[in-house]
Structures are given as structure tokens and as C-alpha cells.
Design a protein around this ligand. Structure first.
Ligand SMILES: C[S@@+](CC[C@H](N)C(=O)[O-])C[C@H]1O[C@@H](n2cnc3c(N)ncnc32)[C@H](O)[C@@H]1O
Length: 349
């Protein structure tokens, strides 16, 4: 936004596309001309709450495309290619990235495809931009490689569909593999998979638990859903599956589920945040029916025992192995915990 401030001619008129958009007060300047693209639900929800137009996938060409490339290298170059694909002739592509996220490298990449690039370095970050001049195409061979690097594909000898950027995108997570080993086959009723990623745990439920009636798959990452559709679509089943692009920490449907499975996240973006897992467990306790059960796997050092002990009638750790623990909890007490104290005497436990 600082680079745009110093170069008022850029984006002075015409539509503006912001890829991997984040809310910022300076966006107000473009409000009526701006389309924001964002696949991470908490960020998309912030932009929507501020009444910006938000799309999971952008359409069309724009005279200005701003992009905040993902720190993951394959995604960073795929983001540049995507920005190029939305750029009108004569348009400006502007990218900005924190130095620690690899700004210099991303700038070099842009030079490789586009030629000359202008740069501004400030606040431990770089903004860099270039013009797509009519009749002067960028290096199509380079752009093509970038598109492929970020694309969805078959992985693990063709067994699963996935995409760079998703959690453990090209291998089954060791923790999730341990969890499915301990899931009983007689799980039944309505299930939810919180933070479902590309669908490994749900695929297990579909294949191994014949009494499951439905599965709601929640994830904040919009890129997870096409791989999920393909990974689950090939499993012959009567079970209804419902992919839900949601921020689980903002809550899920209450008292709906008989079974919840989860390998909760322990990162919020780049930083490790142990409270995010606890917020997943709170959402699970509220989402379960009175007899419902929660099955989860977590890194051994994550402090979930106290919360599970308070929020459920029964909890146990079934196994600890290779740095992970598989836990089971049953009978959420969350309704009791949330009850208003009566007559000012009763207090929630
Ligand atoms: C540890 S991964 C588990 C993925 C998958 N269940 C597996 O076993 O491979 C946690 C997942 O939670 C998702 N996630 C992180 N924060 C979230 C949030 N606030 N709301 C919903 N999903 C979130 C991530 O995108 C990721 O797919």
C-alpha cells in the first residue's frame, strides 16, 4: 500500500484485483473498483465483514493486479503466474512480500519472466512491480512451469489428489496415520472432520465405518475442496458428504454430531499457536450430541488433557507413539459448562 501511495499513477483508474487479499485501511481508496481473492476463510471473512467483494477464484482481466505471494515457493511462483493471467495488456502487476518469506527470491522470479522490475524496500519487506506491455509477452515457458508447480495433481503413486500448500500435501501425516489405526469400525451416525485437509480421515471413515450416515468436512483452506471432491468421489458409498469452507474457531453446527475426528492445527499461518487446537476442541465439544464422541491425534507436548477433562464426562489417551498421542473423549459437558448460574449461586465448573 505504501508503494501504491508513492506511485499514485498506478491503479488510478480501472478495476483492481487483489490476490491473497488481506484487509487494510488503504483498500478503502479502491473500494468500488476492487475484487479481492482469498482462499483462507478467516481472512476472507474479515474482508467480507468490511463489505469488500471477495471471491475464492477471480475471473477476468484487470489493469492492476496486486498479489501477496504465499511464502511456500511453489505457490509463490504459481501466484505470480496467476496474477499475470489476470493482467490486462498495459496493466501493472505488483507483488509484496516480507523479506523473511523470500521477497528477494520472488522478485528474481518475476524478473525472470517479465524482464525489468521496479522495487521498493521498506518495513523488512519488498514491493516490486512491472508492466505487461502490449506486444511484449512474458516468457511463456517460465510461466507454464510456475502454473504447474502450484497445480493440483495426483500424489502418492496416484492414490490421492492434492496440491502444494495443503497440510502434508504429498504424504499421509504420521499423526493421522496413527489415529486411523485406533478408530473403531463401529462408529455410527453423523460425523464431522474438523480441519479435514485433502480428506484423509474422512476417506478412512467412508471406507472402514459402514454405520456412518454422513460426514461434514470443515476446513478454512478453500484449496482443499477440489482434491476432497476427487478423493472421496471415487469411494463407492451411500454416505452423504458435505464440504464446508469454514473457520472452525468461529464455531460449527451445535449438538449435531455423533462422531468428530480431528488432527487439529497448531499453527495460525506462520506462527505456532497452541490455543488454536484448544479452540478446535471447544468447537468439537459444542458440536457433539450429548452422547457424542471425539477422536483426535496431537503432538505429544500439546496440552489438551485439562481441557478435555473439563469439557467431557470421560477422556482417555489411547496411545503415545512417535511423538504423537491419540485421544478419545465422550459426553460433552459444554452445555452444562455454559449454563447461566442460577440465583447468583451456581457457578459454571
Ligand atoms: C494438522 S492439519 C490436518 C489435515 C487432515 N485432517 C489430515 O489429517 O491430514 C489441520 C487442518 O486444519 C485446517 N485449519 C487450520 N486452521 C483452521 C481454521 N481456523 N478453521 C478450519 N480449518 C483450519 C488446515 O487448513 C489443515 O488442513
Amino acid at each position: 500500500m505504501y508503494a501504491l501511495d508513492l506511485n499514485p499513477d498506478i491503479g488510478a483508474e480501472g478495476r483492481v484485483l487483489f490476490l491473497r487479499a488481506q484487509e487494510h485501511p488503504a483498500l478503502e481508496h479502491f473500494r468500488s473498483r476492487l475484487t479481492c481473492q482469498q482462499t483462507w476463510k478467516p481472512r476472507a471473512a474479515q474482508l467480507e465483514a468490511a463489505a469488500y467483494r471477495v471471491e475464492r477464484e477471480a475471473q477476468g482481466k484487470f489493469p492492476l493486479v496486486i498479489v501477496l505471494p504465499d511464502p511456500q515457493r511453489d505457490l509463490a511462483v504459481a501466484d505470480l503466474a496467476r496474477a499475470y493471467d489476470h493482467l490486462a495488456d498495459g496493466g501493472v502487476l505488483m507483488a509484496a512480500q516480507h523479506n523473511d518469506a523470500g521477497a528477494k527470491k520472488t522478485e528474481q522470479h518475476l524478473k525472470e519472466a517479465a524482464g525489468a522490475v521496479e522495487t521498493l524496500s521498506k518495513h523488512h519487506s519488498r514491493a516490486f512491480w512491472t508492466v505487461k506491455e502490449a506486444g511484449k509477452p512474458w516468457r511463456e515457458d517460465v510461466l507454464d512451469t510456475w502454473r504447474q508447480r502450484g497445480a493440483m495433481r495426483r500424489v502418492m503413486e496416484g492414490k490421492w489428489w492434492s496440491q502444494p500448500g495443503l497440510f502434508s500435501w504429498d504424504r499421509v501425516d504420521v499423526g493421522s496415520a496413527l489415529l486411523v489405526k485406533h478408530l473403531p469400525k463401529d462408529l455410527r451416525g453423523h460425523a464431522a472432520d474438523l480441519g479435514c485437509g485433502w480428506g484423509f480421515l474422512s476417506a478412512h471413515l467412508l471406507r472402514e465405518c459402514p454405520d456412518i450416515d454422513s460426514i461434514d468436512l470443515y476446513d478454512a483452506d478453500g484449496d482443499a475442496f477440489e482434491p476432497i471432491r476427487r478423493n472421496l468421489g471415487i469411494i463407492p458409498t451411500r454416505v452423504k458428504t458435505r464440504p464446508l469452507w469454514r473457520d472452525v474457531t468461529a464455531g460449527i453446527e451445535t449438538a449435531r454430531y455423533d462422531v468428530i475426528v480431528t488432527n487439529p492445527p497448531f499453527h495460525d499461518g506462520k506462527t505456532t499457536d497452541p490455543t488454536i487446537g484448544l479452540r478446535f476442541l471447544a468447537a468439537a465439544a459444542a458440536g457433539l450430541k450429548p452422547n457424542g464422541q471425539l477422536w483426535l491425534v496431537a503432538n505429544r507436548q500439546l496440552p489438551y488433557e485439562n481441557f478435555l477433562g473439563e469439557a467431557f464426562e470421560h477422556r482417555e489417551t489411547l496411545v503415545e507413539q512417535n511423538g504423537f498421542k491419540v485421544m478419545h473423549a465422550k459426553g460433552p459437558r459444554v452445555q452444562a459448562l455454559m449454563k447461566e448460574p442460577r440465583g447468583g449461586k451456581r457457578r459454571p465448573r
